[in-house]
Design a binder for this molecule. Structure first.
Ligand code: ATP
Length: 228
């Protein structure tokens, strides 16, 4: 393609997660942020080997497949399997640096929920992330924006209220955004399955079908039983 449209200059969104499984809290948040930030595209990047937490219960292939069917048909939503396709621990800084290499001039916006932002300073080389991307934090029920410590300082120094700033610069800003509050987590959904519940209307129907057919969360029962 030789012609550059305005959309090709607009920021690229990156939404990473374990997505074990993907649910409407992820999807609606991604959709609202994509519109509010006027993103050209939103990359959904399931983590391969998360390193810092319990391994996901569903296999990488199934989590990828669930995401694929969940975002199918939504313009601008793009599945990116770069973290799943290698076996080493996935670090966000490496993924963002790779994307920066592919898109040297473009604004990159890393999307996070407030819970993920709350633990941001424990992320591998977290300070370097701001040299490569903006960080956009979505409100999440049960979580408040930090008011003390390094994250509060970060918000004071790099916080921007205006979306135009995320377009004008390639990286370095923090933008906090309200989205429709949906009190749903993958953990709750796995526990709901263990207790015999049904995920209808909490995940897209094709995702629910994959979970039912594969029984990929049958093991969630064992993990709940062995938890200290
Ligand atoms: P788990 O319960 O297994 O930790 P999760 O529901 O938090 O899973 P993740 O895949 O860990 O989902 O999250 C990926 C990203 O999506 C994170 O940045 C997280 O903060 C965000 N996120 C997840 N659920 C919501 C929600 N309901 N509203 C807003 N953001 C969310």
């Amino acid at each position: 393609m030789t012609l550059m449209s305005a959309a090709e200059d607009a920021p690229l969104g990156i939404f990473g997660g374990t997505f074990d499984p993907v649910h409407v809290g992820h999807l609606r948040t991604g959709y609202e942020l994509m519109r509010a930030l006027r993103l050209a595209e939103l990359r959904w990047i399931p983590v391969g080997n998360p390193g810092h937490r319990d391994p996901p219960l569903a296999s990488a292939e199934l989590r990828l497949e669930m995401l694929r069917v969940a975002i199918a048909g939504q313009p601008g939503f793009v599945l990116d399997d770069r973290e799943i396709s290698h076996s080493r621990v996935s670090y966000t800084i490496d993924t963002l640096s790779e994307l920066r290499g592919e898109y040297p001039q473009r604004s990159l916006c890393l999307l996070l929920g407030m819970d993920a932002f709350a633990s941001f300073t424990s992320w591998h080389r977290w300070q370097e992330i701001f040299a490569v991307a903006h960080v956009v934090v979505a409100h999440r029920p049960g979580w408040q924006a930090p008011t003390t410590g390094p994250l509060a300082a970060l918000l004071a120094e790099h916080g921007v209220a205006d979306v135009a700033e995320l377009h004008a610069r390639r990286a370095g800003c923090v933008h906090v955004r309200k989205v429709t509050p949906l009190e749903i987590s993958s953990t709750d959904l796995r526990e709901l399955l263990v207790s015999g519940g049904d995920l209808r209307f909490l995940v897209p129907e094709p995702v629910r079908s994959i979970i039912l057919e594969s029984e990929c969360y049958a093991l969630a029962h064992e993990r709940t039983q062995t938890r200290p």
